[in-house]
Write a protein that binds this ligand. Sequence first.
Ligand SMILES: Nc1ncnc2c1ncn2[C@@H]1O[C@H](COP(=O)(O)OP(=O)(O)OP(=O)(O)O)[C@@H](O)[C@H]1O
Length: 276
Amino acid sequence: MVDAVTPPAAPGQPSQPVPAQPGQPVPALRTWGLFKRFGPKVAVQQFELVIPAGSYFGIVGPNGAGKTTTLSMATGLLTPDTGTAFVHGVDVWKDPHAAKRQLGVLPDGFRLFDRLTGAELVTYAGLLRGMDPAVVKQRTDDLLQVLGLAEEAGKLVADYSAGMTKKIGLATAMVHAPSVLVLDEPFESVDPVSASHIRGLLSDFVANGGTVVLSSHVMELVERLCTHVAVMNAGALVASGTIAEVGGGNLEHRFAELVGATEVTGGLPWLRPSHD
Ligand SMILES: Nc1ncnc2c1ncn2[C@@H]1O[C@H](COP(=O)(O)OP(=O)(O)OP(=O)(O)O)[C@@H](O)[C@H]1O
């Protein structure tokens, strides 16, 4: 079920990318031989994935599986040791400007310019993309409204809550209307009403030809929203395909099987309330 887009290669050695076949659709995002080591720790190894255009693609994996490292390398935020990624056929590392024009990215734990207000930050993101100031103003207003941040537009991002920070990050990723949105845990810390609005925005985006790639720990959400899913474990891709192909009707159960989760049965004998 793993997408075999390249021949296998030794760890750390990139295989050769297979040229696009004539008549085959160009994927929205394709990673090729991504490999990253932090000191002795191999965080991502030989990561090969094809994300079809127009898909709603979930990436799941246990803590430390390498999701953030992979998405960072695939979007031009973290230099891979080897390998690269292509956005609609454009090499992210060889032609970053062209690739990034098509990308909207919500990184995990990335520092925003938090001495700006929410409205200023989204405006700044739009102007940085060379957009018309009047269009930026209109889109900033729209995004702040739909994300429930209109009343907080004039507040410094440094003073935002975790959920508000996530939402303003989303707004900066969307303001230039990219064709591929790559979102690292977009629903984390977000309240249910805002989450519902974000789901609406993303579904509408995909229905109109956009591609969403998101990482999440919530299997039920991935199963409900996404068309495709990839499962990572210990830096490697262990399965990828449609939700039905990978999940077989119960993604959470399948996930536990794929990552070799062991069942935890008991508690800790010392974890008891003290009564003194
Ligand atoms: N800057 C760094 N320096 C050293 N090790 C790192 C660094 N970034 C990530 N790692 C390590 O690489 C591995 C993969 O981390 P990564 O953040 O990509 O995982 P993840 O799947 O996104 O985890 P989570 O679900 O907990 O967010 C982990 O073992 C992590 O400790």
